[in-house]
Design a protein around this ligand. Structure first.
Ligand code: FUB
Length: 319
């Protein structure tokens, strides 16, 4: 069965009436764990390179004015600049604060048999270069960071490791301002890849969730009235992948009234779920603030001009 075609004219309209253009996967290459974010008038994606038999020695970033035309910014962060790191970089989070850009990345510290720390690298612009701090954040042990800055300016960091933990960050964004705390209220089956955001005074905590023994990851969510909880589990945003891609690391972004879900799937390697690529679909809310289920699409979030450049390898076939 043909799974995905090259860039041809595809139509979609956002619920703000604005036309956006894109197809899924949004650019070619094996990239996973997309940290989608808006800086100024551009969308940015900070993914991991999704080739599990290669070590992730640097991070590429992608920027777009319209979710369709993506520009690659190679090597915005490289391991050779990180003296405390044992080997590779893992799924990042990037946020703007104090007029700077903070890149949070999990990595195994030298001298530790196992386990991960989370480092921070800082840049003056979204395309880097990101310069790492000389040690990982003290008190943080785990992977898959995400950072939320509340309306009062307080920043919170969340990460996966022995369950889900969180702590306040100091204004310098590189040190904890409180003891790590276990986030309570999540069901059994939380694994990794948390994401947190605020909308209309409600705090959302979204996460890959394995609801069945030996199952794949769904995307699920919980809501709270405060960034530290208590969170109440609300349900599923996206069901398990029908093609059994095990992971579903994601992020959620709002721009000009439309919300988007950035996530990954193994479109370019249907028989191997560890080579993943980046997708975007629209995310919508119910009047009470709960999230409508997302049905994953290959159409993505918009309209692609038939005369635009065709990436011939944006194609895969399921047999
Ligand atoms: O890409 C490596 C790992 O797979 C991430 O840390 C997880 O969230 C999962 O997507």
């Amino acid at each position: 069965m043909i799974m995905c075609c090259c860039s041809v004219t595809l139509f979609a309209q956002t619920n703000t009436g604005k036309k956006q253009t894109s197809t899924n996967p949004v650019f070619d290459g094996w990239y996973a764990d997309p940290e989608g974010v808006v800086f100024g008038d551009k969308y940015w994606i900070y993914p991991t390179y999704s080739a599990p038999f290669e070590q992730q020695l640097y991070m590429d970033a992608f920027s777009s004015p319209d979710l369709v035309h993506w520009r690659k910014h190679p090597k915005v962060l490289s391991v050779e600049n990180i003296s405390w790191l044992r080997n590779a970089l893992w799924a990042p989070a990037v946020i703007e604060a104090n007029g700077k850009y903070y890149f949070y990345f999990p990595a195994a510290p030298k001298g530790e048999e196992k386990g991960f720390g989370i480092g921070v690298a800082v840049a003056d612009q979204p395309e880097g270069p990101f310069m790492p701090m000389w040690k990982p954040i003290e008190g943080v042990h785990g992977i898959d960071p995400c950072v939320l800055i509340d309306k009062d300016g307080q920043a919170y960091i969340y990460w996966a490791g022995a369950g889900l933990h969180m702590a306040k960050l100091k204004p310098n964004m590189t040190e904890l301002a409180s003891e790590p705390k276990l986030v309570e209220g999540l069901p059994e089956g939380f694994k990794e890849g948390p994401f947190a955001f605020e909308r209309n005074g409600k705090y959302y905590f979204t996460f890959p969730w394995v609801r069945e023994k030996d199952g794949n990851e769904t995307l699920a969510y919980a809501m709270a009235d405060h960034p530290i909880g208590p969170f109440t589990f609300k349900g599923i945003i996206m069901d398990e992948s029908p093609t059994k891609c095990w992971t579903n690391h994601h992020s959620i972004v709002e721009y000009q009234g439309q919300w988007y879900l950035f996530y990954h799937h193994n479109d370019y390697s249907p028989k191997f779920d560890k080579n993943r690529s980046v997708r975007i679909d629209s995310l919508n809310f119910n009047p009470d603030g709960t999230i409508q289920k997302v049905i994953p699409t290959l159409r993505g979030v918009g309209l692609t001009n038939a005369r635009s450049h065709i990436q011939i390898d944006r194609y895969s076939a399921l047999q």
